[in-house]
Design a binder for this molecule. Structure first.
Ligand code: CS2
Length: 468
């Protein structure tokens, strides 16, 4: 099979595969999205496609890839089309998504990107650039060297043009797993402008908004086996296919500068305050996910559902979710955290999703503060211990020592050197004092355990293996 999915192939798709019901050529770009990886395609682009299927107009997405030309090569020959496959124990269902107009590689298509960002009909610029894409230093402030290679210059140039032409501000919509993602983006953008374009600061604050969001959908990286399966379903090749779970959640603070699609008609929750949803998600879902990653790799597993089936790991994961994270969370109105935990565990057990632990283990230095350390700090203040999280932390230390192969993390060198130099205490101190990395979440003098977390955690793992 050599034919690729593209606009002209839509009419030959099997009847079981739903396809865009709107005239894609008639749609203008309303959203420019930085970081058009699998997650964006399975989440925000899927909601936007649903909105356009229901009749909303001119919210097509122009995807931007900051570094890798890979996504452009996947989607552009396919006219931006790709298949979304929902996988569960009950089976698979597939549909073709049409909301992505095109993908630009930022460094290559600078002029076209500038035009898109300054077009009056572009009203939202959204982001899934991962935690490290915001270019924060250990103390949370902007790392200007890294930021100069990220999205910041593109955006500030565009804001200048928009101010000059009077075509109005933008909504900057962060869809990454950061605590208070909108406020963090606003603060970082402000820092960038204050140094690089001080005359724009006031206009930015008056004309642009940065709503916070909580995004949730598990999206494993697509494999070549997945692509073969999709080809069988479609009858043509799809290099841009994404595999995901049936569940999806998007909670958005309703503060848009110049309108938005009616995403709430398709399941998104528009609320005044995202924080309770986001805190529960980061500490319970993502916190447990990162623990599964390091503990699971340590025990020789490859996928999340395998680690969930390991009797030495699962009780720790439940303990982290229910006993350690949940008590630090103030539930959103109507949210029951026990039921939430039940649903998360069931999602992690999904046998039809091959979600690699190694994918979650990446970039620990960027993820662990909001996933674990905030829980640890809250529990410390309450005088309670967290054996589950300390065990997970120990597994992370072992990971940094190379126990699971090369470490994929922007701070890999610093952390691995520390871990390998056998200075458990130094590593723990660095983590907990905020001397370098994870900024002041824990004062080591307050740690009420006799050994360093590494030894403690190693013992806990051994103990659990023995008592299994
Ligand atoms: C995962 C998340 O890779 C990771 O670190 O924890 O991508 C997770 O799958 C999503 O946040 C789920 O919404």
């Amino acid at each position: 099979m050599s034919e690729r999915l593209c606009a002209s192939a839509l009419k030959t798709l099997p009847a079981s595969i739903a396809a865009p019901a709107y005239d894609r050529n008639e749609q203008q770009v309303g959203i420019v999205h930085f970081g058009i990886g699998a997650f964006h395609r399975a989440h925000q682009a899927w909601y936007t496609d649903a909105a356009m299927n229901a009749g909303e107009r001119d919210w097509s997405i122009l995807g931007v890839s900051l570094r890798s030309p890979g996504v452009a090569a996947q989607l552009n020959p396919q006219d931006g089309l790709y298949t979304l496959v929902e996988c569960s124990a009950q089976g698979r269902s597939a549909r073709v998504i049409g909301s992505v107009h095109e993908v630009l590689v930022a460094g290559v298509a600078r002029a076209r990107l500038a035009i898109a960002l300054t077009a009056p009909q572009t009203r939202i610029v959204s982001f899934t650039v991962t935690e490290k894409g915001y270019c924060r230093k250990a103390d949370g402030s902007l790392d200007f060297d890294a930021a100069a290679r990220g999205f910041y210059p593109f955006l500030s140039n565009a804001l200048r043009e928009r101010q000059a032409s009077g075509c109005g501000g933008l909504t900057l919509l962060s869809c990454d797993n950061l605590a208070d993602n909108g406020r963090q983006l606003a603060r970082l953008m402000h820092e960038w402008l204050a140094r690089e374009a001080p005359d724009l600061v006031e206009w930015f604050e008056a004309e642009c908004t940065c709503p916070s969001t909580m995004v949730d959908r598990i999206v494993p990286a697509t494999t070549s086996a997945d692509r073969s399966e999709v080809a069988q379903l479609l009858g043509c090749l799809d290099e841009g296919a994404v595999m995901t779970e049936p569940f999806s959640q998007w909670v958005i603070e309703d503060r848009f500068a110049r309108g938005r699609p009616a995403w709430e008609k398709f399941g998104a929750q528009l609320v005044a305050d995202v924080a309770p949803y986001e805190t529960a998600k980061l500490r319970m879902l993502n916190g447990a996910h990162s623990a599964l990653a390091y503990l699971g790799l340590q025990r020789g597993h490859t996928y999340v559902h395998e680690a969930m089936g390991d009797g030495a790991i699962r009780p720790l994961i439940e303990c982290i979710m229910r006993d350690e994270a949940a008590p630090t969370v103030v539930a959103a109105p109507g949210q029951d955290l026990d039921t939430y935990a039940d649903a998360l565990l069931a999602r992690f057990e999904n046998p039809a999703l091959n979600h690699k632990l190694a994918q979650i283990a990446m970039d620990g230095s960027q993820k662990i503060p909001q996933r674990w350390l905030e829980t640890l700090e809250a529990q410390r203040l309450a005088g309670r211990k967290c054996p589950g999280l300390l065990t997970a932390l120990a597994a992370w230390f072992l990971h940094l020592r190379g126990a699971n192969g090369p470490v994929d993390d922007p701070m890999a060198d610093t952390l691995s050197n520390l871990a390998l130099s056998n200075s458990n205490l130094q590593l723990a101190t660095l983590l907990f004092t905020g001397d370098g990395l994870l900024s002041g979440f824990w004062n080591p003098l307050g740690i009420d355990i006799p050994e360093t977390p590494l030894d403690c955690g190693r013992r806990a793992i051994k103990h659990r293996l023995r008592t299994r």
